[in-house]
Design a protein around this ligand. Sequence first.
Ligand code: SAM
Length: 225
Amino acid sequence: MAASGSKGSADFAAARERMVARDISGRGVRDERVLAAMRRVARDAFVPQSLREAAYDDMPLPIGGGQTISQPYIVAFMIEALQLNGGEKVLEIGTGSGYAAAVLAEIAGEVTTVERLRSLADRAAEIFTQLGYQHIRVLHGDGTLGWPEYAPYDAIVVTAGGPQVPEALKQQLALGGRLVIPVGSGQDSQDLVRVTRRSATAFAVEEIGGVRFVPLIGQQGWPTD
Ligand code: SAM
């Protein structure tokens, strides 16, 4: 995937390799599919032009609308937690820059990503077209309700922090499907939770780490004001 900017694509590719070695595998992500996907996706294509030099630093960066592109390590950690084997149908809530959806698309068969801010959804869709990602569907709306039209999903990842696990998302998981979501009673920090669907009515819940995300705003998330 070609990268652009004042640095050449070879510089960005080298920076990406270093990032994966130092911040992703170096911090414990072991899933080879995730590591390969992180090596392939040009994060510099998803950050604002003025921040491209920082694209491979392991930190979140502002993308407009008060939102952020997540820290690469957290993107990799959350995708590893989805336990993908390749070819799955995946739903992401919180498209943001589109970066995590692109990483998911390197592994999954089909990615549906939902964003509540139209400007971000439109921008991400443009980047996917430019980069040639044909199996990412970008939708504008309240992702706390999931997207029933394309359910069930083998995996669902929510990249914003909610007050609880939205019931709609649990119901759109396939049997055996995994949902990874930051959940917290305040908006400053959350526990990363993995919910695995065991049967029509049974769900296993694990806490897998502490994270800090922007709020998940919607009918089954935080209120707008
Ligand atoms: N995955 C993104 C990336 O790779 O750049 C980072 C996402 S950013 C941390 C969280 C995003 O969730 C924001 O763009 C925000 O607008 C979005 N969001 C918050 N509540 C939402 C909702 N109910 N439905 C869809 N998107 C939502």
